[in-house]
Design a protein around this ligand. Structure first.
Ligand SMILES: [Zn+2]
Length: 500
C-alpha cells in the first residue's frame, strides 16, 4: 500500500497499469515535485533523470505542462499594458519564451473553441457545436456536457498513457470524466450558463467525486458572500453602481452589474481551487480556465474604448469604469504571479485564449425587458428599474498564445500562424506522447529546442478514440472507491475514507 501510494505521488500511475507493469516501467521520469526539482538542478530542463519509460510504447518526457486558458484575452488590450510594465508575470513568460496571435474559428463560440483547443479537432468532429446540448430544446434548455462530446480530450489522451492530469474549470467538463488525476468541472462554480439551463450539477461535479467535499468552501458565492472589495477595486464605481452590483441576485444576459459580478466570482472560484490543488501536487498536465476577461470585455468595451463607437458615451463614466477592462488583465497577471512559483522547474507554461475582442459598434441601451433569446433560451424578464443592457464588445478572431519554460526556445518565431487546432498536438509532443493523425493541427515544433525533439521525436498514432474509450464520459471499473480515496490521500487530503 505504501509503495502504491508513493508511486501514485510520483507518477499518478493508473490502477490498470499497476498490475501489468514492472515498478520501474510506468512512472514518467521526473514527474514528481521532488524529482522535478532534482532534474532542474542536475540536468537541462526536460532531460530524463533515468532511462525514459515507455508505457504502451510512449516515452513521456518528464516535462510538466500547464495550460492556462483566458477566455477572450487579446493583444489589443495586453500590448499597451505590457509596454507600460503593468503585466510583469505575462512579460516574464514572454521574455523567457515566445508570444504570437492564436487564430480561432468561426462562429466564435467559447464552448466549441475551448473544446477544439482541448481535443485538437474541428467542432464537427468533437461534437460541441454550440452552447446548448444536442439534447436541448428552446423550452427546456440544457447546457453542453461531456456526454455531448464525441472526441477524446487531452485529459482522456494522457490518462490512456498513465500520465497524470488535473483539469480546473475548463468549458464542457461536466459530468467530470474519470482521469488519471482530477477534474474540477465547469459546474463547480456558480455558473451563469448552468443557471439559465437545466441546472444539472448535483452529481459528478468532480473526479474523484469526493473531491468536491474538499473544495466546496473555495466556491465563491456571488449572492450570499460576494467579494465586494475585490469587485469594487476594479473600477471607480459610484455608490449607485455599487448598489446595483450588490443587488444583482441572479445572472441576466448582457446586464452589466450581474455579468460582471457572476463572471468574476466564477473565475475566483477556479483561481482559489487552482491555487489549492496546484500547491498540493502538480500533475504532468494541468489545464486551468479563467473566464472573467470575456464577460467584462463584452459589457464594458464602450467605456474602455469610447472612440470606437458612434453615439454618446458619457466621458465621466468612461473615465471611472472603462478601466475595468485593463484591470481584469492586471488581476490575471497578479494571480499568475502567485501561481508560477508553485510550479516545478521543468514546467512549460502555455497561455491561450479562445478568441480576442473588438468593438461591436453598438452601445448598450436602457431597458426594463431582457430577452434571453440572444443566448438561445425562450425567456424574457422584466426588471424593476431600467438598466443598460447590451454587448459593446464582441469576439474577434485572433486570441493570444504564450509559451515558456523547459525546451521552449526564447524568442522563437512561428513558421505560420498558430491556430486553436495546434495547441493539443503541441502539448502531446511536449509530454512525449503521440499526436493523432486525425488531428488537423500541427506541433509548433519551431518553438521547441531541437535537442529535446531529438530525444523525444514527435510520434503519431492513427487516433485516440479507441484507447480513450474506457475513460471517456463514464468511470471504468478500475477507478474504484479505494483508488479514488487513494488519489485524494496523495493530494494530502488524509481524512478521506480512513486514508493514512
Ligand atoms: Zn464571449
Amino acid at each position: 500500500m505504501i509503495d502504491r501510494t508513493l508511486r501514485r505521488l510520483a507518477g499518478l500511475v493508473p490502477w490498470a497499469l499497476l498490475a501489468a507493469c514492472s515498478p520501474s516501467s510506468d512512472a514518467p521520469a521526473g514527474s514528481s515535485p521532488a524529482a522535478g526539482a532534482a532534474a532542474s538542478g542536475a540536468t537541462e530542463p526536460g532531460a530524463p533523470t533515468a532511462t525514459p519509460p515507455r508505457p504502451n510504447g510512449a516515452a513521456p518526457s518528464g516535462l510538466k505542462v500547464v495550460v492556462v486558458g483566458i477566455d477572450g484575452a487579446t493583444w489589443v488590450v495586453m500590448d499597451p499594458l505590457l509596454a507600460g510594465g503593468e503585466l510583469p508575470a505575462f512579460a516574464g513568460l514572454i521574455e523567457r519564451g515566445t508570444r504570437a496571435p492564436l487564430e480561432s474559428q468561426k462562429p466564435i463560440l467559447s464552448p466549441c473553441v475551448w473544446t477544439t483547443i482541448a481535443t485538437g479537432r474541428h467542432r464537427e468532429d468533437h461534437g460541441i457545436v454550440r452552447f446548448r446540448s444536442t439534447h436541448s430544446t428552446v423550452e427546456k434548455p440544457k447546457l453542453m456536457a461531456t456526454t455531448d462530446r464525441t472526441a477524446p480530450a487531452l485529459w482522456n489522451m494522457v490518462t490512456s498513457y498513465g500520465v497524470g492530469v488535473g483539469v480546473i474549470g475548463w468549458w464542457v467538463t461536466w459530468p467530470a470524466e474519470a482521469v488519471e488525476g482530477y477534474v474540477v468541472s465547469d459546474r463547480v462554480a456558480y455558473s451563469r450558463w448552468s443557471s439559465w439551463t437545466d441546472g444539472s450539477k448535483n452529481t459528478r461535479l468532480t473526479h474523484p467525486e469526493e473531491l468536491i467535499e474538499k473544495l466546496k468552501d473555495l466556491v465563491v458565492d456571488p449572492v450570499k458572500a460576494p467579494p465586494s472589495e475585490e469587485l469594487f477595486a476594479l473600477a471607480d464605481f459610484t455608490d449607485k453602481e455599487r448598489e446595483a452590483i450588490l443587488a444583482a441576485d441572479h445572472p441576466i444576459p448582457f446586464h452589466a452589474p450581474s455579468v460582471f459580478k457572476f463572471g468574476y466570482c466564477e473565475q475566483r472560484t477556479y483561481e482559489r481551487i487552482g491555487t489549492e490543488l496546484l500547491s498540493r501536487s502538480q500533475p504532468s498536465l494541468s489545464l486551468l480556465f479563467l473566464v472573467a476577461v470575456d464577460p467584462i470585455s463584452h459589457t464594458y468595451w464602450h467605456l474602455f474604448r469610447p472612440s470606437e463607437f458612434q453615439g454618446h458615451v458619457d466621458p465621466d463614466e468612461a473615465r471611472r469604469v472603462g478601466k475595468i477592462v485593463p484591470a481584469i488583465y492586471r488581476h490575471d497577471d497578479a494571480y499568475l504571479a502567485g501561481l508560477l512559483p508553485k510550479f516545478d522547474a521543468n514546467t512549460v507554461v502555455i497561455v491561450v485564449s479562445d478568441h480576442g475582442f473588438k468593438a461591436s459598434g453598438k452601445l448598450p441601451g436602457l431597458t426594463t425587458e431582457v430577452d434571453y433569446n440572444a443566448v438561445g433560451i425562450a425567456r424574457t424578464e422584466e426588471l424593476d428599474d431600467p438598466v443598460n443592457v447590451g454587448q459593446s464588445g464582441v469576439h474577434d478572431l485572433d486570441g493570444i498564445f504564450i509559451a515558456a519554460g523547459g525546451p521552449i526556445l526564447k524568442g522563437a518565431a512561428l513558421k505560420e500562424k498558430a491556430t486553436v487546432l495546434d495547441v493539443a498536438p503541441t502539448v502531446l509532443a511536449l509530454l512525449g506522447l503521440p499526436v493523432a493523425k486525425n488531428m488537423p493541427g500541427r506541433v509548433l515544433s519551431e518553438l521547441i529546442d531541437p535537442a529535446f525533439l531529438a530525444r523525444y521525436p514527435v510520434t503519431f498514432i492513427d487516433a485516440y478514440e479507441d484507447r480513450c474509450k474506457p475513460t471517456m464520459f463514464d468511470a471504468p471499473a478500475e477507478f474504484d472507491d479505494a483508488g479514488r480515496t487513494e488519489l485524494l490521500n496523495s493530494l494530502g487530503y488524509t481524512d478521506v475514507g480512513g486514508g493514512k
